[in-house]
Design a protein around this ligand. Structure first.
Ligand SMILES: [Zn+2]
Length: 109
C-alpha cells in the first residue's frame, strides 16, 4: 500500500481541487514521509463525511494515514514545524491519521 517515494490516494478521495496552500503542504508532508522511507497515503481530500464546518469542503484540508510502526509523534512535530502557524495538524492516534488543514485566519494564543 504505502511504498517509499510514492503518493497513494485512497479510492474515492478527491485531491485535484485542493487549494494552492494545501497542495504546497501536501508536497512538504510527502517530503517528510519520504525521509522516513514511507509512502504518503491520502485517505481523504475534498470529498467525504466531515463536520459541517470542515475545511475539507472548501478544499483546504486533507487526511493521511501512517503505517503501523512509524514514529507518529516525531513525524507530527516535523510536520508542524515545516508548515508553520497558518496550518493545523490534528492527529487521531487510534486510526493513525493526520488531518492537515490550511487556516489562515487561525488565531494563536
Ligand atoms: Zn480531515
Amino acid at each position: 500500500m504505502a511504498i517509499k517515494g510514492y503518493i497513494w490516494i485512497k479510492e474515492g478521495a478527491v485531491v485535484d481541487r485542493l487549494s494552492k496552500p494545501i497542495t504546497w503542504a501536501k508536497g512538504q508532508v510527502a517530503g517528510i514521509y519520504f525521509q522516513y522511507g514511507l509512502g504518503l497515503y491520502i485517505t481523504s481530500g475534498c470529498e467525504g463525511n466531515h463536520q459541517e464546518d470542515s475545511l475539507h469542503y472548501v478544499n483546504n484540508a486533507f487526511d493521511i494515514q501512517l503505517p503501523p510502526g512509524a514514529l507518529i509523534d516525531e513525524i507530527h512535530d516535523k510536520i508542524i514545524d515545516k508548515l508553520g502557524d497558518k496550518y493545523d495538524v490534528l492527529i487521531n492516534k487510534k486510526k493513525r491519521i493526520f488531518h492537515i488543514e490550511y487556516d489562515p485566519l487561525k488565531l494563536n494564543f
